[in-house]
Design a protein around this ligand. Structure first.
Ligand SMILES: [Zn+2]
Length: 265
């Protein structure tokens, strides 16, 4: 599932392929953007903000008449991905899943099943609501702690997913962070130590930002990468109790959480 680390890695791949290059073909396969044409615009940066990805473009456009910069904003949600390859390469996902195709000087980027895809004139204003980005070079831990602590009655599991408090943690990391901190996701924030939880979140995402397969245990073999996520009924790696699974998320959003009922409380 795409989380902050996945998006950071996608931004790194897109940056390598597109940064500094001029778009010579663009095609949006969503009705709202069907007429958008980015040809002639130079890619000025590619960056991630939590789970959001921005491709910043300079002025230009097909008639070279638009003097405003523009950004392609995307969010991978559950199934999305950006693929990058030389123009002419066979796609690894079906064409009907493609939402946008960008080509620049021989490189092609295709966004598949993006949960959000839009063009923004002022992306920083649009994303200003996000909390500190766990993968930013200048991650502001103090601000993340302040925001997470603001509502002490809220559950830890809920707060960790709230991107307005701290940006980058998704469903997988939420379970792993709670396990490593030995707290149940249902505990109120006011009853846990927030600072070490923020430090751990930063460490885990940072360690995974460029890995091909996510691991919170430090192990790389497929069955050993996670402490609890996806391991219902399997033994806890710490105390051998079977791992439990529950549903926990905002109303209308069914999200699973995994935990050890013995060593988390
Ligand atoms: Zn345990």
């Amino acid at each position: 599932m795409p989380e902050g680390d996945t998006v950071f890695a996608a931004a790194a791949r897109l940056r390598k392929a597109l940064d500094g290059r001029v778009i010579d073909h663009s095609q949006f396969r969503v009705p709202r953007l069907a007429t958008a044409d980015l040809r002639g615009r130079r890619v000025t940066s590619v960056r991630s903000r939590g789970k959001h990805l921005l491709i910043d473009l300079g002025p230009g456009g097909p008639d070279d008449r638009d003097d405003r910069p523009l950004s392609v904003h995307s969010h991978l949600k559950m199934e999305g991905a950006w693929h990058v390859h030389p123009v002419g390469t066979r796609w690894r996902r079906p064409a009907y899943q493609a939402r946008v195709v960008l080509r620049a000087e021989g490189q092609e980027a295709v966004g598949f099943e993006l949960g959000v895809l839009e063009l923004l004139a002022d992306p920083d204003a649009a994303l200003a609501y996000l909390g500190p980005d766990l993968l930013a070079d200048d991650f502001d831990a103090a601000e993340a702690i302040r925001r997470l602590s603001a509502d002490p009655a809220r559950t830890v599991g809920d707060a960790l997913l709230d991107q307005r408090l701290m940006a980058g943690v998704g469903n997988v990391f939420r379970s792993e962070i709670c396990f490593l901190r030995r707290v149940l996701p249902t505990r109120p924030v006011g009853e846990v130590e927030v600072a070490p939880m923020v430090d751990l979140s930063r460490q885990l995402l940072w360690a995974n930002r460029l890995r091909t397969a996510r691991s919170t245990t430090g192990q790389t073999s497929p069955n050993a990468r996670m402490w609890v996520y996806g391991r219902r009924g399997q033994w806890c790696r710490r105390c051998s109790t079977p791992i439990a699974r529950d549903h926990m998320g905002p109303v209308g959003e069914d999200r699973v959480v995994y935990f050890c009922p013995a060593c988390q409380s």
